[in-house]
Design a protein around this ligand. Structure first.
Ligand SMILES: *[C@@H]1O[C@H](CO)[C@@H](O)[C@H](O)[C@H]1NC(C)=O
Length: 210
């Protein structure tokens, strides 16, 4: 019995160690399904796996938010798999906005390359708002999981890059969660205190039903 317990302890220690990176890298094998700890490692790796040209071009901002997010997360940029880091390109046309949202998986840093972006987040403690207008070269950090937003407050287009403390930050846009699904209008009203007419209008604009 005692020997068995010792064996179990050693085994669990070995398994725990295997969860950290015990090798230089683990480039994502995108042909296999992702797991809670990321993608399985690709066997044959080249320099191409550690570089990505997908952020060179502006995203298409012809949409209801006049904005585009082009990600270089593990699914697009296999080299970041397992490294706890990723990046995305943010294009904001005049008037463009990334609506109130959260990233469950990691904190974010924005760096403005061109234009003027007003950004803010809301703390979960006391709902304090931290709001800042950012110009070229300015950066701002958004702590993990907190609601935040960015919008173009300048007269021309804006460009920024956002990096994350995770290979895949996840994204939940508050308005989409409330109005872009089949959650019944009466329930949305019940849990938000919003008027039925406003809910119906937003459901209509975003493609929600019920
Ligand atoms: C941008 O998206 C709009 C709307 O989907 C589309 O009509 C347009 O062709 C796209 N533009 C480019 C350059 O892909």
């Amino acid at each position: 019995m005692k020997v068995q317990i010792q064996y179990m302890v050693v085994l669990s220690l070995l398994l725990a160690a295997a969860e950290g990176l015990v090798q230089d890298f683990c480039v994502a094998d995108l042909s296999l399904p992702t797991t809670p700890s990321g993608y399985p490692c690709k066997k044959k790796v080249t320099e191409k796996d550690f570089a990505f040209s997908g952020l060179a071009a502006a995203g298409n901002t012809t949409n209801i938010i006049s904005a585009a997010v082009t990600p270089a997360f593990d699914g697009q940029f296999p080299g970041v798999n397992g490294l706890g880091i990723s990046i995305a390109r943010l294009d904001l046309a005049v008037g463009g906005v990334i609506p109130l949202h959260t990233h469950p998986g990691g904190s974010e840093i924005i760096v403005v390359i061109e234009g003027t972006i007003c950004a803010g987040f809301i703390s979960s403690f006391a709902n304090t708002v931290y709001l800042k207008t950012l110009n070229k070269g300015d950066i701002m950090v958004f702590p993990q999981g907190l609601l935040h937003f960015q919008f173009n407050s300048g007269k021309g287009p804006a460009l920024a890059f956002v990096s994350f403390s995770t290979q895949n930050p996840g994204l939940q846009i508050t308005d989409f969660a409330l109005f872009k699904n089949d959650l019944p209008t009466e329930l949305v009203a019940k849990v938000t205190f919003l008027d039925i007419a406003q809910i119906k209008k937003l459901k209509g604009a975003l493609g929600g039903t019920n």
